[in-house]
Design a protein around this ligand. Structure first.
Ligand SMILES: Nc1ncnc2c1ncn2[C@@H]1O[C@H](COP(=O)(O)OP(=O)(O)O)[C@@H](O)[C@H]1O
Ligand SMILES: [Mg+2]
Length: 189
């Protein structure tokens, strides 16, 4: 995978597969701390400590139909963060959910780019219109803090019977995410 957004898409799909009802995605760009932090939190099935450990091992997957492969999903994301001096943490509680926190040093020359965050978020939202997505983007430097919040639950309540996948609604979500990404300086990170 060549950028963080594609990893994020994979992580969100893991949450969906774990029967999450709500997925919270945070992208925090902290120039003062030289840190790009991604947090994905779900309320899915969670993992016991054995599975949690195994999930970070490149030879493991619980998809039984699949031949075990190296370098999928989680292990690759972890490796991509750690090899530039970043950090990868995954915490989970069976029956409650999972939280994944990945840090990248913002200015590292070999850090993978954030990539197309808008498409990742938009595709996740409209691909799973019955889930609640809570998006929080935050930019911070010495002089300012810029933030953007997006919550599909609030939109769905507003829309009533109109589905999130209705073309005008997709257009609205697309535009909102675009503006949020611009506002928080997440373009070209
Ligand atoms: N959010 C999550 N909740 C519960 N289990 C998870 C979650 N994320 C990952 N897992 C477990 O870790 C395994 C490995 O995930 P991953 O590395 O993305 O590979 P894959 O998705 O191809 O199985 C999954 O098959 C699943 O068992
Ligand atoms: Mg996966």
């Amino acid at each position: 995978m060549q950028d963080i957004s594609l990893h994020l898409l994979d992580i969100i799909e893991n949450s969906v597969r774990a029967q999450a009802k709500c997925v919270k995605v945070r992208v925090l760009q902290n120039v003062v701390k030289n840190r790009l932090r991604i947090i994905v939190e779900d309320d899915g099935t969670g993992m016991d400590s054995h599975t949690l450990q195994k999930a970070q091992d490149p030879f493991y997957t619980s998809k039984e139909e699949r031949v075990k492969k190296v370098g999928l999903g989680i292990p690759l994301f972890k490796q991509n963060a750690e090899q530039v001096g970043g950090a990868f943490r995954m915490a989970s509680e069976p029956g409650f959910g999972t939280v994944l926190t990945v840090d990248f040093p913002l200015d590292h020359i070999d850090r993978m780019p954030l990539g197309n965050l808008k498409d990742t978020l938009l595709n996740s939202i409209i691909g799973h219109p019955d889930l609640d997505f809570f998006i929080h983007l935050l930019y911070r430097d010495k002089v300012m803090e810029l933030c953007f919040h997006f919550d599909t639950k609030a939109i769905r309540e507003e829309l009533g019977d109109i589905p999130l996948t209705y073309p005008d609604v997709i257009e609205y979500i697309d535009q909102s995410l675009y503006e949020g990404i611009q506002k928080t300086n997440m373009e070209d990170v």
